[in-house]
Design a protein around this ligand. Structure first.
Ligand code: PMP
Length: 371
């Protein structure tokens, strides 16, 4: 039988594993940071209308520049993220994963490197590898915050072309201070002062769930600082595949060099526009989820777990002697959480109150058994 390694694949892909959160059919699925609330019926009806209208024109390519969608996304950010941006500042793609891929195709690539501070979102390293960009794993403190001095030193040593800062961070839930972002941004520019500087990407996929304001205002006057966002979490639309960035218009111009023509289908654009019309309802669910996230933190602590402070729609908890065995024990009780490979720790996504109760009951039983 032919295996991957028998094929002439690129050397840097040999022996590597694909992204693979298990998609298991269990009663309580709290493993991929999805929003547990299905879209409200009035939004489903609006999507149906807008998609029907788009369907009448599917013989034509979609708006290549997604102007209406980018204008609405800019309006959403301006209203909710504390800083005015316009269509020229915003770019959209199929999930923020594609946004990140386009950024790495433009600013990374063979002979270049990207750094992230781990544990963090595993796709930063995987998309780097996929675009031929070298990956540097930067350090964190024991409490999972970014160690600013060590991060600055790693940047000075490796002179990366791209710096990833995930806030709130996945899988830890840790938010990053604006001062930390600025310190790393300045260090990255200083390290590459002889080139044209470095691109600093704030991955704010979970921004809407944070106790703190968005880091969006930091892009002002910093053309090498990019904010990445998604409709997968706060908008409850992971199945839509719509991510976006906000940055200086020059960054938006630059990614045009690598984007595929007509990459965002007319159906995607129509669906995203319908969802944006229902922003207020969807952000109402975000408030419920934030309260549930805070409840998970306090109840897990009351059960004797070690819990990492969270600004996201998930919570990192432990500390287990064998995290994978704990993951398996929860699965046997019908609750799927995530083992991200952080020693001793697991991650649970905030679900509905009933799902969270089921999860807490399962943890309670597990703690009883192991104590
Ligand atoms: N960034 C982070 C930090 C994430 O956790 C995720 C999804 N798990 C993404 C980006 C990608 O999300 P999407 O492609 O659905 O926008």
């Amino acid at each position: 039988m032919t295996g991957i390694d028998d094929l002439p694949i690129r050397d840097e892909l040999r022996g590597k594993s694909p992204y693979g959160a298990p998609q298991l059919d269990v009663p309580v699925r709290l493993n991929t940071n999805e929003n547990p609330y299905p879209l409200p019926e009035e939004l489903v009806a609006r999507i149906t209308e807008r998609v029907a209208e788009a369907a009448r024109h599917l013989n034509r390519y979609p708006d290549r520049d997604a102007i209406e969608l980018r204008t609405e996304l800019a309006g959403y950010l301006t209203r909710t993220a504390g800083h005015q941006v316009s269509v020229a500042n915003v770019w959209a793609a199929n999930g923020s994963n594609e946004v990140l891929q386009q950024l790495l195709q433009t600013f990374g690539g063979p002979g270049r490197t990207a750094i992230g501070f781990e544990p963090s979102y595993s796709m930063h390293a995987l998309i780097s590898r996929g675009t031929g960009t070298g990956w540097i794993s930067g350090p964190r403190n024991a409490d999972y915050t970014i160690d600013v001095d060590a991060a600055r030193a790693a940047i000075a040593e490796h002179r990366p072309d791209v710096v990833f800062i995930t806030s709130p961070n996945n899988p830890t839930g840790t938010a990053v201070e604006a001062e930390t972002v600025l310190a790393l941004h300045d260090a990255a520019q200083a390290a590459r002062a002889d080139a044209a500087g470095a691109l600093v990407v704030i991955d704010e996929a979970y921004g809407e769930f944070s106790h703190r304001p968005s880091l969006l205002p930091l892009i002002e006057g910093r053309p090498r600082l990019v904010l990445s966002r998604t409709m997968s979490k706060a908008f409850g639309a992971a199945g839509l595949r719509l991510g976006y960035l906000a940055a200086d218009p020059a960054v938006v111009d630059a990614v045009q060099l690598v984007r595929l023509p007509y990459h965002l289908s007319a159906v995607t654009q129509a669906t995203a526009l319908a969802a944006l019309e229902h922003t207020d309802t969807l952000l109402g669910y975000v408030e419920t989820l934030k309260a549930e996230r805070d409840r998970l933190v306090s109840e897990l602590r009351a059960l004797g777990c070690e819990v990492t402070e969270s600004d996201a729609n998930f919570v990192q908890f432990g500390r287990f002697e064998d995290a994978h065995a704990a993951w398996q024990a929860l699965l046997e009780r019908g609750v799927l959480v995530r083992d991200n490979g952080v020693p001793g720790m697991l991650r649970v996504t905030a679900g509905t109150p009933a799902e969270n109760d089921a999860f807490l009951d399962a943890v309670r039983e597990l703690m009883k058994e192991t104590s």
